[in-house]
Design a protein around this ligand. Structure first.
Ligand code: COA
Length: 376
């Protein structure tokens, strides 16, 4: 796994402690995620997204007045500038993927104080995603509604319909569950950027780039595609065996840190179950459960002893699909939740004010003699 006994280098930096944080802790052996003191199961299904952001930024839940002020500060920053809208319209013509458009548009958030940038980033990421997704469909963006909460407004801007309480709750549970997760790759990127005394906007742009990769935030789309490809649970085993036989990874399973089931998968499974019971394609949900069981059985055979389990992405896919989101919006919606944690980590790193600058070990050759071009 990229481990070198000669230099002690471990390619994935696993087990390297890169920060002390008050934001979230992942216990991969016990399958526990603590967010600012709360087990994820306690927080995700109860808090509004604004409460979670406030908690991560201030390490305390807001009282009613603080929450009202915070909601107002965020909702006042949802609108996009003309420059951002023009950029999105231009790239929509070329059908640039949503994560790329999000990365570009996040970079247009105006520089300001750290707090101002953090507010603007959290407030405007959903507007960027919703506006761009409508542009791709040839529709006009829907202006944000300051009367609606953060999650409800996101669904409203996507669909031009005010969502019901069930849908809003399901999305808030999702956004909360993914708002922070220890030293994941995109968070690490954000902290490295801020450690150079660069700005929060640059940090979030870098983090979006890291989140986009299929080994990090890009898995839920492919995870759901597999369920659709299978179509009927009787075909699950043959289909998944074929994938594993080709050396492919099953998306939505396995995790760098968790050696047992990802606790966020349970939180999202419960939310998805509620959603598909009240409103949704129950057949698809049952098919997905069948695919999950088959995948777990085959992964146990494929990598005995590794205990590859369902991760957050599998139920993310089901939940977001149940909310009517197309697969291309899954990772951008993940970004809209994780930006809470990115900005909180940026603030933590800012307070630490220590340049992150690890070592590398040179393993190349030495003392080469320069050969002039005409003699090579
Ligand atoms: N399907 C098939 N095989 C898998 C697998 C999966 N989902 N996840 C891990 N494995 C295999 C690896 O290929 C590796 O095999 P090897 O020893 O023959 O090389 C072995 O199991 C151990 O892998 P591990 O070291 O535990 O994985 P990792 O820490 O390098 O990677 C992930 C973790 C998340 C990148 C990996 O599990 C994965 O690619 N999962 C699918 C993508 C996904 O769902 N990502 C979202 C994460 S929240």
């Amino acid at each position: 796994m990229g481990e070198s006994s000669r230099t002690g280098f471990v390619a994935g930096l696993e087990d390297v402690v890169a920060a002390e944080t008050y934001l979230s802790g992942v216990d991969g052996e016990a399958g526990e995620l603590t967010m600012a003191g709360f087990p994820v199961e306690e927080l995700a299904g109860r808090a509004s997204f604004e409460e979670t952001v406030y908690l991560l930024w201030h390490d305390v839940l807001p009282d009613p007045d603080q929450l009202a002020d915070f909601r107002e500060e965020l909702s006042g920053r949802r609108e996009l500038s003309r420059a951002t809208l023009d950029l999105l319209r231009t790239v929509a013509v070329e059908k640039v993927p949503v994560m790329d458009a999000l990365r570009m548009a996040a970079g247009t958030v105006r520089p300001g104080t750290d707090e101002g940038e953090a507010l603007a980033l959290v407030a405007s990421l959903p507007t960027i995603v919703a506006a761009y997704s409508r542009m791709l469909e040839g529709e006009e963006p829907v202006d944000p509604d300051p009367e609606l909460g953060h999650a409800a407004n996101y669904l409203y801007m996507l669909t031009d319909d005010v969502p019901g309480a069930e849908f809003t709750r399901a999305l808030e549970t999702y956004l909360n569950a993914v708002s922070d997760h220890g030293m994941n790759a995109s968070t690490f990127v954000a902290r490295v950027i801020v450690s150079t005394r660069s700005d929060f906007v640059s940090a979030v742009v870098g983090a979006i780039g890291a989140l986009k990769g299929p080994l990090h935030g890009g898995a839920p789309g492919p995870a759901l595609d597999v369920v659709f490809e299978i179509g009927d649970v009787s075909r699950a085993e043959a289909h998944l065996r074929e994938k594993l036989g080709r050396g492919e990874r099953l998306m939505g399973f396995g995790h760098r840190i968790y050696r047992v089931r990802d606790p966020r998968a349970d939180v999202l499974a419960a939310a998805a179950d509620r959603l598909y019971t009240t409103d949704g394609d129950r057949e698809l949900y049952d098919l997905a459960l069948g695919v999950e069981q088959t995948a777990l059985r085959l992964l146990a055979e494929h990598k005995p002893g590794r205990n590859l389990q369902t991760n957050v992405e599998f139920y993310t896919a089901l939940l977001l699909h149940g909310l009517g989101l197309p697969t291309q919006l899954f990772t951008p919606t993940f970004a809209a939740g994780r930006v809470a944690g990115w900005t909180a980590h940026c603030a933590e790193q800012r307070a630490l004010d220590r340049l992150i600058r690890p070592q590398s070990v040179y393993v190349g050759s030495k003392d080469r003699i320069w050969v002039p071009l005409e003699e090579r």
